[in-house]
Design a protein around this ligand. Structure first.
Ligand SMILES: Nc1ncnc2c1ncn2[C@@H]1O[C@H](COP(=O)(O)OP(=O)(O)OP(=O)(O)O)[C@@H](O)[C@H]1O
Length: 360
């Protein structure tokens, strides 16, 4: 399905020993994460979308054809920005001049992003007169992203933009990317290996395996899929979105409301009631009981219904897919427990959640 509010990409391309064959329709706003093991074809797909890699197929961006059976819009005529792991800033130009380079590339009548807005969104006010060599890795990447935005793209492609940064720089830049996600009204396709990054930023997820799309959809539903090859081994779990309802200062706990239920999490850092949060609940932190046991240490106890019981990565463990209202959860149990409790689809159970992590 393609339309004025979507990005449609359909490509086939072969390298020796590798074949890309995808047909994707992505939302026209928000961040779509392209996720998958090394070598599954993420960068090749991005290059096909950009037109840098010539491949038979189709590409339509918000109703505008970039590629059809008999037409290939030249790369330089596409309103497209590409942010890489390496920033490719001009070393001899100040931050301001680097940004102006992006800005001036777009004719005045086609500019949709104001210079000062991009500077503000990426927090670059104090860096404008600096030279790239004197910037930290995170600062350089912020400049590269602002420069890309100042070309007023209709599509932003980001290929592992944080992977060259250390943990501290990643933490520094993530809030800026989050802010952009809420401000920008264009589609962003974001390649990443890191589940934490995907969990924090993406709205939509595309999982790839050996050149094929194996799952795609809204982040929460797609991350919670249990059927191979989507399964995320140790990272299997779900992401919940909701609001902070209440802070219990005495016990240093925060009550998180995901619409269909509530969970306690540790009160960390600055938080205020009403704040929107994303939290991760890993399958290994969820256990199940047939009755409501209040006489145990786990604070988070929720009634749930079993949807499916699946074999796991090893035969000794099973993955149970559940729902609390409409919200999916996963629980990793030993296969012996599944048999002893007689767990089966449709059954009502009590879900005990040992730990809930704020996605940071
Ligand atoms: N120019 C090329 N010539 C031949 N084979 C290529 C070329 N570019 C990529 N490949 C192969 O195509 C496959 C997909 O590569 P691609 O870089 O798209 O994967 P990826 O998912 O982005 O990997 P990573 O996460 O490691 O960056 C790999 O097997 C790779 O070796």
């Amino acid at each position: 399905m393609t339309g004025p509010d979507t990005v449609h990409a359909r490509f086939r391309h072969a390298y020796p020993g590798f074949e890309l064959d995808v047909d994707l329709t992505l939302p026209g706003t928000g961040i779509t994460a392209l996720f998958g093991h090394s070598g599954c074809g993420k960068t090749t797909l991005l290059r096909c979308m950009a037109g840098l890699q010539r491949a038979p197929g189709e590409m339509t961006v918000l109703g505008e054809p970039w590629q059809t059976a008999g037409f290939h819009k030249p790369v330089h005529q596409r309103a497209l920005a590409y942010v890489f792991q390496e920033t490719h800033l001009f070393p001899h130009l100040s931050v301001r001049r680097n940004l102006e380079f992006g800005y001036r590339r777009t004719p005045a009548g086609q500019r949709r992003i104001v210079f000062d807005d991009a500077v503000h969104w990426l927090g670059l006010e104090a860096l404008l007169s600096r030279m790239p060599a004197g910037l930290s890795g995170g600062e350089r990447q912020r400049v590269a992203i602002a420069r890309a935005l100042l070309t007023s793209p209709r599509l932003l492609l980001m290929d592992e933009p944080l992977s060259a940064l250390d943990r501290a720089s990643k933490q520094e830049i993530l809030p800026y990317l989050e802010r952009l996600k809420d401000t920008l009204a264009i589609p962003v396709v974001y390649v990443s290996h890191a589940t934490a990054e995907v969990a924090r930023l993406a709205d939509h997820l595309v999982m790839m395996d050996r050149g094929r799309v194996v799952a795609q959809g809204p982040l929460q539903e797609t991350l919670a899929r249990t059927d191979p090859p989507f399964r995320l081994d140790d990272d299997a779990g779900v992401i919940l979105e909701g609001r902070l309802r209440h802070l219990d200062e005495h016990w240093h706990l925060a009550l998180f409301d995901f619409g269909q239920g509530q969970l306690w999490l540790r009160h960390e850092g600055p938080m205020r009631p009403g704040d929107r949060l994303r939290v991760q609940v890993l399958a290994r932190d969820v256990s199940l009981a047939l009755q409501e046991h209040r006489d145990q240490s786990i604070q988070n106890l929720l009634p749930a219904r079993i949807e499916r019981v699946e074999t796991d990565v090893s035969p000794g463990t099973s993955l149970v897919r559940l729902r609390v209202g409409a919200t999916p959860f996963l629980s990793r149990l030993t296969t012996r427990s599944v048999h002893q409790l007689g767990l089966r689809p449709g059954q009502g159970v009590w879900m005990q959640v040992k730990s809930v992590a704020l996605v940071d």
